[in-house]
Design a protein around this ligand. Structure first.
Ligand SMILES: [Zn+2]
Ligand SMILES: [Zn+2]
Length: 309
């Protein structure tokens, strides 16, 4: 639970990015340079079935964000891509196969947990691979991607398929505790940056932790002490018992305006307000509440759900 602590700070990081160790176009050193140069405090290099570890000199490491080991454990079932993030894995996770979609997801969740990683369910709508039914039938994942910056992942859903955010609500309603992350899934650091390319800087999390170390970041993340964003920042975000208190850091250059929507079970809108500050107390009858902040330029931030018990 997010509480103000005297020694706590907010650290910005991206959990999902590729390098030339898989299908990224840039070497891990330069990918790390990019993130450091753009204000990121930490980064997970998450290559497909490869644990990328950078051993730099002190001078080199000073030019990189804090690097948490990671991997995108990549498998498939009947052509449906099953990509799971292993954040903080302590050794290489070998992707596993299963007899069904659910078994394949579960086998890889288990493999990551056995290597001490936090499991993210990546881009469920990529090739429409899996949805809430499959997620609800599994257990042991820490978070799912409610936003992924790759152009091919169908964050918004469409046709009869729900958005990643709606999938999240359906999973929460089932009683499964699942956090939501926003990530880049960046592959392209060279050439033109554009909406149909997989460029960095689109989705991240901000973690409220005691320090910039694997231990304290992973501990804060596992507690849910973070928010996900595509651009909106909080000046304040605190959970006091059943109450969420927030203050958006306003973008005065662009004169952005903000709408805050508090969502409860079944994606039901509990309350909507405008402006930079909001607070909301979870009622006794609702199991959880989470908030989404919408900026007038399309950027968003998502708080983690606050549960009643
Ligand atoms: Zn992937
Ligand atoms: Zn990826």
């Amino acid at each position: 639970m997010l509480n103000k602590g005297p020694n706590k700070n907010w650290f910005k990081g991206n959990l999902h990015t590729h390098t030339t160790n898989s299908d990224g176009d840039t070497a891990p050193e330069h990918v790390s340079d990019w993130y450091h140069g753009h204000g990121y405090d930490f980064l997970v290099l998450s290559d497909h079935n490869h644990r990328t570890i950078l051993d730099g000199s002190d001078a080199e490491r000073a030019e990189w964000p804090h690097l948490i080991p990671g991997e995108e454990v990549t498998s498939a079932f009947n052509g449906a891509p099953i990509h799971l993030g292993g954040v903080g894995v302590t050794d290489l996770v070998v992707a596993r196969d299963g007899e069904s979609l659910v078994e394949t997801i579960q086998a890889n969740i288990d493999a990551i947990n056995e290597s001490n990683g936090l499991v993210t369910l990546n881009h469920p709508n990529y090739k429409w691979a899996y949805g809430d039914r499959e997620i609800i039938a599994t257990h042991g994942a820490w978070a799912m991607e409610v936003f992924n910056g790759h152009p091919g992942v169908n964050n918004e859903g469409g046709g009869a398929s729900p958005s990643a955010e709606s999938i999240w609500d359906r999973v929460l309603v089932s009683g499964q505790r699942m956090f939501g992350v926003a990530t880049d899934d960046a592959h392209h650091f060279q050439g033109e940056f554009g909406p149909r390319r997989s460029n960095p800087g689109r989705g991240w999390i901000s973690v409220n932790a005691e320090g910039l170390s694997d231990e304290s970041l992973l501990e804060a993340m596992s507690r849910g002490d973070f928010y996900a964003s595509t651009g909106v920042k909080f000046a304040e975000l605190e959970v006091r018992g059943r109450e969420i208190v927030m203050e958006v850091e306003p973008d005065t250059d662009l004169q952005l305006k903000y709408t805050v929507v508090f969502t409860g079970p079944n994606g039901r809108e509990l309350w909507t307000t405008s402006g930079e500050s909001a607070r909301f107390t979870l009622s006794r009858i609702d199991d959880y509440v989470r908030a989404t902040v919408y900026a007038s330029n399309g950027e968003k931030a998502w708080t983690q759900p606050v549960f009643g018990d």
